[in-house]
Design a binder for this molecule. Structure first.
Ligand code: NAP
Length: 556
């Protein structure tokens, strides 16, 4: 086995989180850092999600690193919502611009990580047979990186091509002239369907739960808008850091119920015309008051009926079992219009369930749908999945799978009791997927950076979340969710409901990014409340993180 060197920090994952963690801890803190990345390129989620129509739902000027004014000014986005190719170009450019590649090992899938208490090290193994050791382990594995392919009987017998959107082949999938089946109508399926329909001979969409969607209104960015972004960086960042979800817009400070119906309709029409996630911000109580939400949900249902020409198809596409935005709200480019095309069929799996997959296609109760390609847009084992598949073993042989048998337990979504010196970037229990991700990622990485800096200043090299802090935080995460309508969507992946056997626990923190940031600051200011900090014999032997003058400016 080739032996990897002993590092101050090992980072798993080279997406937005891992790249920034490497930069922050290596270049600002002076630590020795290695990033292990399973893929053969950087980009994380954007390395894997290359499906037709893959595009970010956050606006480009807010979906990028904000920590560096230089990076912000040097990169020019071309469209309102960046496509997957453009985001990959951006992250590759950042990797070059910050000279990150020399510390990134591509093609290294972590299969196991074990805390060695005696040595005070994480020992990490990769599928490629390498062994690494590091004082601190940072899981920067993303929230949506463990693809979920449902175990539908007969899948292995299908003779056509099968692809999951989250593991889309680099070389693409030939769709032209083919009969394509698409299972799943979440954000991904809703982005993919219109693009697949344009290429395929026929598209059959298999829908289990109808979904709300609002037009994205994607378009090239005008020179005036780019200029505005350049000139208003401070204000844009101020808004992003002040809002609950890290987007560059705030919700109107008005209840949907305190305006006259005609005015409310006009405001929804304007929001529909503007497009995007901002629709959710039309009123402040869309996510907290069911009656207020009904006004938004009804508006979208009416739009579906207006757009979709066949009333029966419109009926099937109309969501009725959950409030708008209780599941992650998709935005689209012509999704409902797609069902007006002659080459598109909708199969409502609630009325006509899948019986099995056959060599020729998908058989539902009403008959067989012949297919050449079957696309799974069936989502992910979200938040906990990517961490669990690292096979982490903490103190006293405790595995993460055991620790989380009844659902994830963490302190602030950053650290897990029993797992010393492990940090989870945007882990379960943090705002993560309820926010514009780069905002949450930067906050976590900067908090970890500060924590390691302050530990070093205090001569400490061991940190572990306390069980009582995690228990308290679990209750707070649950309470924050209960204060919203989010738990009303029974089939939501926020609750783990999309993966059979997964504990039903609302996983992300719904109390808002701004409040969460303040809580994290408070914890740090109180000397890392809820954490047990210690100094190991390593430090006195001169082998710890503290005396590390060999690296960087901050290490002296
Ligand atoms: P998802 O939201 O979990 O949707 C999965 C879809 O597959 C749902 O319609 C689900 O139906 C269906 N499904 C799952 N298992 C099924 C089965 N056995 N039979 C039939 N249908 C089944 O996954 P996603 O669309 O990939 O999105 C996941 C998240 O990724 C999003 O919510 C978002 O956070 C992120 N995302 C972001 C972007 C972006 O920013 N550009 C784009 C895409 C995705 P049910 O609803 O009935 O479970």
């Amino acid at each position: 086995m080739p032996a990897g060197g002993e590092q101050d920090v090992l980072v798993i994952g080279a997406g937005f989180s891992g790249l920034y963690a490497l930069h922050a801890l290596r270049d600002r803190l002076g630590l020795s850092v290695t990033v292990l990345e399973a893929a053969d390129g950087v980009g994380g989620t954007w390395h894997w999600n290359r499906y037709p129509g893959a595009r970010c739902d956050s606006e480009s000027h807010s979906y990028c690193y904000a920590f560096s004014e230089e990076l912000w000014r040097e990169w020019e986005w071309t469209e309102r919502y960046p496509g997957h190719e453009e985001i990959r170009r951006y992250l590759n450019w950042v990797a070059d611009r910050l000279d990150l590649r020399r510390d990134i090992r591509l093609g290294r899938r972590v299969t196991e990580a074990r805390w060695d208490e005696a040595a005070g090290l994480w020992r990490v193994a990769t599928e490629q047979g390498e062994r690494h050791a590091a004082r601190f382990l940072i899981a920067a594995v993303g929230c949506l990186s463990s693809a979920n392919i449902p175990a539908i009987e007969g899948l292995e017998s299908f003779q056509g091509r099968v692809a999951h959107t989250g593991e889309w082949p680099r070389e693409g999938v030939e769709l032209a002239g083919r009969r394509v089946g698409l299972i799943g109508t979440g954000s991904t399926g809703i982005q993919a369907a219109p693009v697949i329909a344009e290429q395929a001979a026929h598209l059959t969409v298999f829908q289990r739960t109808p979904n709300y969607s609002v037009p994205a209104r994607n378009a090239p960015l005008s020179p005036e808008f780019r200029q505005w972004v350049r000139e208003n960086r401070a204000e844009i960042l101020r808004v992003m850091h002040a809002t609950p979800n890290g987007h560059p817009f705030a919700a109107r400070d008005q209840s949907a119920l305190e305006v006259e119906p005609a005015e409310r309709e006009a405001l929804y029409e304007a929001a529909w015309a503007r497009g995007g996630m901002q629709f959710r911000a039309t009123f402040r109580d869309i996510l907290t008051d069911k009656a207020a939400n009904d006004t938004a949900s009804d508006f979208i249902r009416r739009k579906i009926r207006e757009i979709v020409q066949d009333p029966e198809t419109a009926r099937k596409l109309t969501p009725t079992d959950h409030p708008y935005a209780a599941k992650r709200p998709p935005i689209d480019s012509g999704y409902f219009e797609t069902f007006n095309r002659p080459n598109v069929t909708l199969v409502d799996l609630r009325e006509d369930p899948i019986e099995r997959i056959t060599p020729r296609g998908v058989r539902t109760r009403s008959g067989e749908h012949a297919l050449d390609v079957l696309v799974f847009a069936t989502g992910f084992d979200a938040l906990t999945g990517p961490l669990l598949r690292l096979n982490l073993t903490g103190r006293e042989g405790l595995t993460l799978a055991e620790a989380w048998r009844e659902g994830p337990r963490s302190w602030l979504g950053l650290a897990v009791p029993g797992f010393p010196n492990l940090f989870t970037v945007t882990g379960p229990g943090s705002p993560s997927v309820l926010t514009n991700m780069p905002v949450a990622i930067e906050q976590h990485v900067e908090w970890i950076e500060r924590c390691l800096r302050e530990m070093r200043a205090r001569g400490l090299d061991r940190i572990e979340a306390r069980a009582e802090a995690a228990a308290r935080w679990g209750a707070e995460v649950n309470a924050a969710a209960q204060a919203t309508l989010l738990p009303m969507a029974a089939s939501s992946w926020y609750l783990g409901a999309n993966v059979p056997g997964k504990p039903r626990v609302f996983m992300p923190y719904a109390g808002g990014m701004a409040r969460y940031r303040a809580l994290c600051e408070e914890v740090a200011a109180k000397g890392y409340e809820g954490f047990a900090l210690a100094r190991s014999a390593r430090i006195d032997a001169g082998r710890g993180v503290v005396p590390n003058p060999a690296h960087g400016p901050d290490a002296a």
